[in-house]
Ligand binder design. Structure first.
Ligand code: HEM
Length: 402
């Protein structure tokens, strides 16, 4: 392999595909790589499984609170203050208190009660999809089940769900001009989500429901409730987290299976492999490309000096193909065991929705594979232009009934 040029920012590269050859080069030659930024001071790119793990479990030296978890700093002070009220942008001890507010909803036991409703959602989406000669797998299946599931959990009424899905897409996929048509879209979308959050809050105050919105409204931390801005931001985060990632995992998972017909055939023959296949799909197609931390002190890592205040960006697709962790990492093997992929992060901020996402993905694949005899790709999947979300915008397929 030659030495590919390293550019992890140019979105058009990611639109074509994850630059795995660049990551392989970095892991071998410079795994703690100083990456220049046209729009910032530069960042450290971490590409090894071990380093991503070590940073993720060390919030004292690598903070999520200092400047958030996005590569670019949030510069507006009001926006930063609201951002820091969300669990993902906090450090201990505050982080554990906030996580505690919503964590009981997301335990494996609590989410397992959702299996029946998730299955019904999957079946009804498939019933409709099977009536058509061709579908967009993303819009007609992969996005519907997560959207209704998180909406149900948050008490979002039916008539607001599709719009919230559209807005949440625009808020996180904001590098793609096809998703975000104008620079104002983002701020307008945010205002609209906040207005919806406030409408739901008013309804919940009048008639308290048994849902996540109610929990956010009534929760007390250090003797006070969340402010309106904090509530709005937390609400928005959960809507985005509940929709984008699982949809991406589902569509990326199917794209990967279609690329590996032998593994798809193996799965159809032995559906008991679905849970491990889901893990392998997550490893092979991580829905999130990176999250960031800020160094709180000087740290030596693999001979490099990370200075206090430096940005440290953890690349999950690279960690998931690290040859020192995974045997034959570029082989897609639905029976892979062990499979310690880092697609849900690691340590302190390990994805709170992981059990829910795993359940949704398992049930969606179970239903998809039992109701179809064949899934025929009709056009190449159209990828999102983003180095944050490994998204698919459209994937036209024909579902042939079982
Ligand atoms: C396949 C689907 C999903 C993937 C790949 C995913 C990925 C991740 C990752 C990588 C993190 C770690 C963030 C960090 O270390 O800074 C995270 C955190 C989080 N995720 Fe997910 N996620 C998924 C689904 C969900 C769902 C369905 C929800 C539910 C609303 C959710 C809610 C959260 C929350 C609340 C956090 C923050 C946890 C904390 O900071 O303690 N995620 N997710």
């Amino acid at each position: 392999m030659g030495n590919p040029s390293v550019d992890l920012i140019d979105q058009s590269i990611w639109e074509r595909g994850v630059p795995y050859e660049v990551f392989e080069h970095l892991r071998r030659s410079d795994p703690v790589y100083w990456h220049e930024e046209p729009d910032g001071p530069g960042f450290w790119a971490l590409t090894l499984h071990e380093d991503v793990r070590n940073v993720s479990k060390d919030p004292t030296r690598f903070s999520s609170y200092a400047a958030g978890v996005s590569r670019l700093d949030v510069t507006d002070a009001v926006a930063l203050a609201a951002y820091r009220s969300i669990v993902i942008a906090q450090d201990p001890p505050e982080h554990r208190l906030t996580r505690g507010i919503v964590s009981t909803i997301f335990t494996p036991r609590a989410t397992s009660a959702l299996e029946g409703p998730i299955r019904s959602l999957a079946r009804s989406a498939l019933d409709q999809a099977l009536e058509k000669s061709e579908i967009d797998f993303v819009a007609d299946y992969a996005s519907l089940v997560p959207m209704h599931t998180i909406s149900e959990m948050m008490g979002v009424p039916d008539d607001k769900r599709a719009r919230l899905l559209e807005l949440s897409g625009g808020l996180i996929d904001d590098q793609d001009p096809e998703v975000v048509a104008s620079p104002e879209f983002r701020s307008n979308a945010q205002i609209e989500v906040f207005m919806t959050a406030q409408q739901l809050a008013a309804r919940e105050r009048e008639t308290p429901g048994d849902n996540l919105t109610q929990i956010l409204l009534t929760a007390e931390m250090e003797g006070r409730k969340l402010t309106e801005a904090e509530f709005n931001t937390f609400f928005m985060f959960l809507i985005i987290a509940g929709n984008e990632t699982t949809r991406t995992a589902m569509s990326g998972g199917l794209a990967t299976l279609l690329d590996h017909p032998d593994q798809l055939a193996r799965l159809r023959k032995d559906p008991s492999l679905i849970p491990s296949a889901v893990e392998e799909m997550l490893r092979f197609w991580p829905p999130i490309h990176h999250f960031r931390r800020t160094a709180m002190c000087e740290v030596e890592m693999r001979g490099k000096t990370i200075r206090e205040g430096d940005k440290v960006v953890m690349w999950y697709p690279s960690a998931n193909r690290d040859e020192s962790e995974f045997e034959d990492p570029n082989r897609f093997d639905i029976g892979r065991n062990p499979n310690h992929h880092l697609s849900f992060g690691y340590g302190e901020h390990f994805c709170l929705g992981a059990s829910l996402a795993r359940l949704e993905l398992r049930v969606m694949f179970e239903e998809l594979l039992t109701s179809t005899a064949e899934i025929v790709p009709l056009a190449p999947a159209r990828r999102l232009r983003s180095n944050l979300i490994n998204g698919i915008k459209e994937m036209r397929v024909e579902l042939r009934p079982a």
